[in-house]
Ligand binder design. Structure first.
Ligand code: NDP
Length: 248
């Protein structure tokens, strides 16, 4: 799958929303989608980072993106509904949604998980995705072939000691994707999960502080799968979990 390549105009005339677009994998995805012709909506909590990505996209001559500063921790249903209305008014439709933003929380024994941290992680990694997807379904239905990608992890299908809250949030993400894929199987919408695998980012460094980052793929190197799942070539894919770095 990493050898997959799409033509440079594969995402032309598409509008794609990327959450957590200011850093890590989300930033690489936003740049990659813009490079392939998409108008990207950059959503994230740190405006400076979003502005830097905006400047890079414009500087490279790609379609001008839009910025949506939003902290998924505090965002409510109304925020997502207002955003959906703005997207329909401004772009007429939404062709793609990459749920990328998430937080690790604490890696700790199950017994030590606090309610506060559990709810915090669930809010960002799960509830926000549910509310955002729900609010954007109409905008997605206005596109001829809309793709929604949820980001999972290896611990989203195989539990691992001390990864409790994050792991549970990713299992639930995969469940939400499957529910949506089944519910919309006879529609123009498709829903899939993408597991990036170990990738050189801040989150990975936090989870594995002793690891040499140079042994990991960069976000740019795993973009072929991100592109494939947004491009029309993947229109027939629905309800699946894809791995950017499958174990050989
Ligand atoms: P990073 O921590 O590098 O980036 C996460 C992005 O999400 C940042 O832009 C961050 O914003 C944003 N974000 C976090 N919390 C919020 C919030 N409350 N509101 C809005 N935006 C927020 O993570 P990665 O790039 O490594 O991870 C991307 C995805 O890939 C995640 O879903 C992760 O679980 C998954 N993943 C990553 C792996 C890896 O090895 N890197 C492996 C498996 C899965 P800000 O910059 O402002 O903090």
């Amino acid at each position: 799958m990493l050898n997959y390549s799409v033509p440079l105009n594969a995402l032309k005339n598409k509008t794609i929303l990327v959450t957590g677009a200011g850093d890590g994998i989300g930033k690489a995805a936003a740049l990659s989608y813009a490079k392939h012709g998409a108008t990207v909506i950059l959503l994230g909590r740190t405006v400076k980072k979003l502005e830097a990505v905006y400047d890079e996209i414009v500087g490279l001559g790609y379609p001008e993106p839009a910025i949506v500063p939003l902290d998924l921790q505090g965002a409510t249903q109304k925020h997502y509904q207002d955003m959906a209305t703005t997207i329909i008014n401004q772009f007429g439709k939404l062709d793609g949604l990459l749920h990328n933003a998430s937080i690790l929380g604490h890696l700790e024994p199950f017994k030590q998980i606090t309610e506060e941290m559990f709810l915090k992680v669930m809010q960002v990694n799960l509830t926000s995705q549910m509310l955002m997807t729900q609010a954007l379904l109409d905008a997605l239905s206005l596109a001829p072939h809309a793709s929604v990608i949820f980001t999972t992890s290896t611990v989203g299908s195989q539990g691992r000691a001390f990864w409790g809250t994050y792991s549970i949030s990713k299992f639930a993400t995969e469940g939400m994707m499957q529910v949506l894929a089944d519910e919309y199987q006879n529609s123009t919408l498709r829903f899939n999960c993408l597991n990036p695998g170990g990738t050189r980012t801040t989150m990975r460094a936090k989870a594995f502080p002793a690891e040499d980052p140079n042994t990991l793929k960069t976000p740019e190197q795993i973009m072929p799968l991100y592109l494939y799942l947004m491009a029309n070539d993947s229109c027939h894919e629905n309800g699946k979990t894809f791995h950017a770095q499958p174990k050989s």
